[in-house]
Design a protein around this ligand. Sequence first.
Ligand SMILES: [Zn+2]
Length: 160
Amino acid sequence: MNHIWSPWRMEYIESNKEEGCVFCSAQQMEDDTENLIAFRGEHAYVILNRYPYTSGHLMVVPFDHKPNLEELNPLTRAEMMELTSRCMAVLRTIYHPEAFNMGANIGESAGAGIKSHVHIHIVPRWQGDTNFMTVVGNTRVLPESIERTYERVRNGFLEG
Ligand SMILES: [Zn+2]
């Protein structure tokens, strides 16, 4: 394992093989701590990762169920980049991270957890952030509850 742990190498325990697509079902629900959608744009939205690498681990997801970026329309791609940038602005205000990882796993061999619905990860990082998260088995214990993170990120978008 490398010195700097890349979140892209270990994607989620989210393969709880539920029926259907978790992103498509999330976007059909009302936005709250159940579906974790913090902000909806016109073509894409911002959702918290239920199994975050660090507090504030967000994902930008298109409403369109497509496995890769090139199958999306240009407006959707443009908005995804805009939302990615807004995520970083909001996270900077809330968590004052020192750095970010931003990227996508496209396809199974790249480590995608949900490979049929493309999504961009935004992960705030701090020097030595793996130290303040306790790793028990596969469960990482974060300094803040997901409900609290949701509230903070959602307000961040409302204020931004
Ligand atoms: Zn989907």
